[in-house]
Design a protein around this ligand. Sequence first.
Ligand code: HEM
Length: 187
Amino acid sequence: MLRETLKEQTFPAHQKTEGTVIRKIKKINNEADYIELLKCFYSYFNAVEKEISPFITSAILPDLDKRRDASYIKKDIEELGGSISDLPPARVPTITNSLEALSAMYVLEGSLMGGPHIIKMLKKRGIERGFSFFEGYGENSKTMLNSFMDTLNKEGKKSTDTDKAVEVANETFSNFGNIFESLSKVN
Ligand code: HEM
């Protein structure tokens, strides 16, 4: 199944991204710092969503309009008194078909699993609000993630060549990490 292939073959990329995000969270001391973190998430998630949107229709993913998207991050930024101006620049993988689009979306949807851990770390840093994105679908997160994975596996069955899917997912992880790196060079 494609989900298992992606999970196995993007494991190092996940570890690296997780480490980058954790390092960034450990430097958060106030809401202004948290807004900067959210701006990285917003810039990237919004850009990837735009790139995949021609291929992710409700015919492929019937509950598409119920899914969490970058607008949740915008809402959190605004709740904290920030705005989505001056975003760090995002470079996203080029997507040419629905399998590649779902493979990039695998990374965005999978990030739901990190959400509760991220909220815990933020609370330890004194942050108390602006969590709608990291809360994901609350107690339904696992169910929503699994239903996405069913779609991914169904689409994966149509193709014997999963190399490109793996490549896109890995690129989706690594390009996300790059946003934080470009930020640390400035700060
Ligand atoms: C502090 C940061 C993070 C932590 C602690 C974290 C933790 C986790 C955990 C515990 C899982 C479940 C693993 C399992 O089921 O065995 C997971 C899955 C996943 N995470 Fe993260 N994560 C973090 C950040 C991210 C980010 C930023 C992304 C993407 C941009 C991401 C993408 C994924 C994906 C795609 C999966 C699904 C793997 C699968 O079940 O196929 N994670 N993460």
